[in-house]
Design a protein around this ligand. Structure first.
Ligand SMILES: Cc1cc2nc3c(=O)[nH]c(=O)nc-3n(C[C@H](O)[C@H](O)[C@H](O)COP(=O)(O)O)c2cc1C
Length: 319
């Protein structure tokens, strides 16, 4: 067996990943009628056949009707998604790959004139530059409804047999609560950092209650918004600790930056030919009890062709 560190198995709770190579969530925009049909399935099955340990499907599947897709996402709020996801999961499992799905509520990161033209909600009226809807300030009943929507969508994915889910926080509704730039609510969901995290904790708790403690639940977040008035690296670190200490998440997938403008987005997700972003992992390292070491790709002969192998994201997980 190869000694390549990238190819060693990894244990995440009860889930054994056959190596340390994963596909991070990205939307190929292949859904048909909002469903991951044959083309979508073929896209992920091909990667499973190629040997990845884990494929994180969806470019964040939408959990609510009032989170209409802006890039042809999977509609996880529809029951019919279960059958389509099950086919995808089963075929990937047949090839030895684990399958998870990224779920989200986009909050203000959508347009007012998509799908049912429902009001866009966010924890302030602050408009997102990229998608330009003026959000309605979220109310108590919206919060309660969306928490239930998250739990419903997670339950659908569990029924489809996924190995776990990842919530998309950065730039989307969860993080819109975290950041003082996009949350001007009063307590209990606004004000202190603890209050700004309350919605996320409520969502995580609702999912755990619905899907059980063994269902793997993670979160993709920014560790530093890198913009004036936004969340700092220290706050990102505090959030990481609070999430871990809550016992409600099994892994964190950390990026840095902000995606509410096209320029910001291109820094977080550079296009081919751009310089790699500086890695944030020295800070991430201090937050983690155990980690899939971000430096690992540099040690791998498989990655040598890459001139500057500095990953922009890292996984932090605990068993
Ligand atoms: C077209 C496209 C869509 C993406 N959509 C998402 C998304 O919905 N959620 C997410 O967390 N990351 C998304 N990403 C980011 C990727 O998961 C990944 O972090 C990024 O491409 C950087 O990967 P690299 O460090 O391997 O180059 C997307 C990337 C691309 C290119």
């Amino acid at each position: 067996m190869s000694n390549d560190p990238l190819l060693q198995p990894y244990q995440l709770k009860h889930l054994t990943l056959r190596n340390r190579i994963m596909i991070t969530s990205h939307e190929p925009a292949y859904p048909e009628d909002g469903m991951p049909k044959d083309r979508y399935r073929a896209y992920h099955v091909e990667r499973a056949r190629a040997g990845v340990a884990l494929t994180m499907t969806a470019g964040s599947a939408s959990i609510s009707r009032d989170s209409p897709p802006v890039f042809n996402n999977i509609l996880a709020w529809k029951d019919e998604v279960v059958g389509w996801m099950k086919k995808l999961v089963d075929e990937c499992h047949d090839h030895g790959a684990a399958v998870m799905i990224q779920l989200t509520h986009l909050g203000r990161r959508t347009r007012w004139d998509k799908a049912d033209w429902l009001p866009v909600v966010a924890p302030s009226h602050e408009r997102e530059a990229a998608h330009r809807a003026f959000p309605k300030r979220i109310e108590d009943w919206d919060i309660a409804r969306i928490i239930t929507d998250f739990a419903d969508a997670a339950e659908r994915m569990k029924a489809a047999g996924v190995d776990g889910i990842e919530l998309e926080a950065y730039g989307h509704l969860l993080e819109q609560f975290w950041s003082p730039l996009t949350n001007d609510l009063d307590a209990p969901y606004g004000g202190s950092l603890e209050n700004r995290l309350r919605f996320t904790m409520d969502v995580l708790r609702a999912i755990k209650d619905r899907c059980g403690p063994d269902f793997i639940l993670g979160l993709r977040m920014q560790g530093d918004q890198m913009r004036p008035g936004g969340m700092t690296a220290d706050e990102g670190m505090a959030v990481s600790h609070m999430l871990k200490d809550s016992g409600l998440v099994d892994f964190l997938n950390v990026v840095r930056g902000h995606i509410d403008t096209d320029a910001g987005l291109t820094d977080v997700i550079p296009v081919q030919g751009m310089r790699n972003a500086r890695i944030w992992n020295s800070r991430a390292r201090s937050a983690r009890p155990r980690i899939s070491r971000p430096s690992m790709p540099r040690k791998s002969p498989m990655c040598r062709p890459r001139a500057t192998p500095s990953p922009r994201a890292c996984w932090i997980w605990w068993g």
